[in-house]
Design a protein around this ligand. Structure first.
Ligand code: 5GP
Ligand code: SF4
Ligand code: MG
Length: 465
């Protein structure tokens, strides 16, 4: 999911949130929502579909306010239904709150049981509502203010949560103490204290700051809570940081123009391709990407290998969610709705295709077939991450283990199944070394099975073989 928050009394916060979500659309396409606070009063609007399908000028005009939060959803816990759209708006003893969540709470089942025992009514099937309800409970049972209520709730949650929460008095922003999902802070206008307390923007990725013209300040620290109100920023470290950023954000999920560790992911992914070329060379005529996710790594591979780069597949940029089912003939044509091969580039050539990852293997299989049909003499494949062998429990939908082709097949078997002359993956060491920061500061459990947060059995069984 994508989360956004803005505290900017001098601006149209609903419109800023709309554009922030627009830049974070890749993080979730199922639903979108915005909640604003106007002089203590919440206004919210949510809908199914893309940000541009859910909102228009008229709707945004009905969302006045001085601060706001927003969300784009992709479901990992709870079904894809309207009731599960966020921000979740709830009543508390201190007034209403609106919460937007990215991540996955692994102790959701036991937390749900505890909350139900206390007669809280559940309106959704999401883990996000549970965080909000834990806040409601903490405030009802004696926490005097929003910060106290939030911290008491966060301490009951295990797993991944990057949150933006709007209250009648200000914004709360936090990351779980491992910092599994990203969250960045920026500002708009002036940072000079003489000009006032400052106007702040928070987004899952820096591309969400860029689009609204915000300057990047820093990442929210793992285990940090930020309170933003009319007197500025207040930071509280509510748990000791243990850095475990999701490495899959860097490889695939986040946008290539987002900056992580002071560098765009475009540059990082290019370096993955260079490393891949060193580890796994091949005798070929052309290097090409699976667009768009394989582009930076393919460029890096081509540069390091000294083999020309070409585009052999053109992606239809407008393929989104269509409610009209393709016909059977179209289904047999496979991936061509999304990717169409260029015969005159591919004909009689030995091609090396680069992609960022193989999950189920369905994309690769269809793609290789289409490349041969378009005349390629040989198709080799290189993947700029290691084999995905384990499911994610922290908010990336890489499927249950039985769906992961590399969980049950060797590289040689996958090579045969997808029909390439040769297949190689990047090494785990190569992937982590290319980040340029401490390799221990990442979660890479989907490649190793070493989960940094213990998974309760009931949840583990839902996704493991
Ligand atoms: P496959 O067909 O092997 O399941 O998918 C691999 C392709 O999907 C790659 O091109 C990769 O960019 C993309 N991909 C990687 N991880 C995910 C994921 O978690 N969800 C979705 N929808 N696509 C993914
Ligand atoms: Fe990211 Fe994989 Fe860890 Fe999930 S298991 S948080 S996808 S690195
Ligand atoms: Mg892809």
């Amino acid at each position: 999911c994508g989360v956004f928050g803005v505290y900017a009394p001098a601006e149209d916060v609903a419109t800023l949130t709309y554009f922030g979500l627009y830049a974070l659309q890749h993080r979730g396409q199922e639903s979108a929502g915005v909640a604003t606070f106007n002089r203590g009063q919440v206004h919210s609007y949510k809908g199914m579909g893309l940000v541009s399908q859910v909102f228009d000028d008229e709707i945004l005009r009905q969302l006045p306010g001085q601060w706001a939060v927003g969300h784009t959803r992709y479901s990992t816990t709870g079904s894809s239904r309207m009731v599960n759209a966020q921000p979740a708006v709830l009543d508390t003893r201190l007034g209403q709150m609106a919460l937007a969540h990215n991540g996955n709470i692994v102790n959701a089942n036991s937390l749900r049981d505890e909350l139900l025992k206390r007669d809280h009514e559940l309106l959704t099937t999401t883990d996000s509502e549970l965080i909000a309800l834990a806040m409601v409970e903490a405030i009802a049972e004696g926490q005097q203010d929003w910060i106290g209520g939030a911290i008491a709730a966060f301490k009951r949650c295990e797993g991944a949560f990057s949150l933006t929460i709007a209250t009648p008095e200000g914004l709360i922003v936090t990351r779980d103490h491992r910092g599994i999902r990203p969250l960045v802070l920026g500002y708009i206008g002036s940072q000079d204290p003489q000009d006032g307390p400052g106007q702040y923007v928070v987004a899952s990725e820096t591309c969400g700051l860029d689009i609204v013209g915000a300057q990047y300040l820093r990442d929210i620290r793992p285990g940090e809570l930020l309170w933003i109100d009319s007197s500025g920023l207040k930071s509280v470290q509510w748990a000791e940081a243990e850095r475990k950023l999701c490495v899959f954000e860097m490889i695939y999920f986040a946008r290539p123009d987002s900056v992580f560790h002071h560098e765009s992911l475009y540059s990082y992914r290019k370096r993955l391709g260079q490393q891949l070329a060193k580890e796994s060379p091949a005798e070929v005529d052309l290097v090409m990407p699976v667009p768009d996710s394989g582009v930076p790594a393919a460029i890096g591979y081509s540069e390091a290998a000294g083999v020309p780069y070409a585009e052999g597949l053109i992606k239809n940029r407008y393929v989104g969610r269509t409610f009209i089912q393709p016909t059977q003939t179209m289904r047999e044509a496979g991936i061509r709705m999304k990717l169409n091969p260029l015969r005159d580039v591919l004909e009689s050539k030995r091609i090396l295709v680069v992609d960022d990852s193989i999950v189920r293997g369905t994309t690769s299989r269809k793609l290789v077939k289409a490349l041969y049909e378009a005349g390629a003499a040989e198709v080799h494949m290189r993947i700029s991450s290691p084999p995905v062998t384990h499911p994610c429990f922290y908010g990336i939908d890489t499927d249950s283990q039985d769906q992961l082709i590399a969980a049950t097949n060797s590289v040689k078997e996958i090579e045969a199944q997808i029909g390439v002359v040769s297949l190689a993956y990047l090494s785990w060491e190569g992937m982590l070394a290319a980040t340029g920061v401490d390799p221990n500061s990442f979660c890479s459990a989907c490649f190793t099975g070493n989960y940094p947060v213990e998974i309760p059995d009931s949840f583990r069984q839902s996704k493991l073989i």
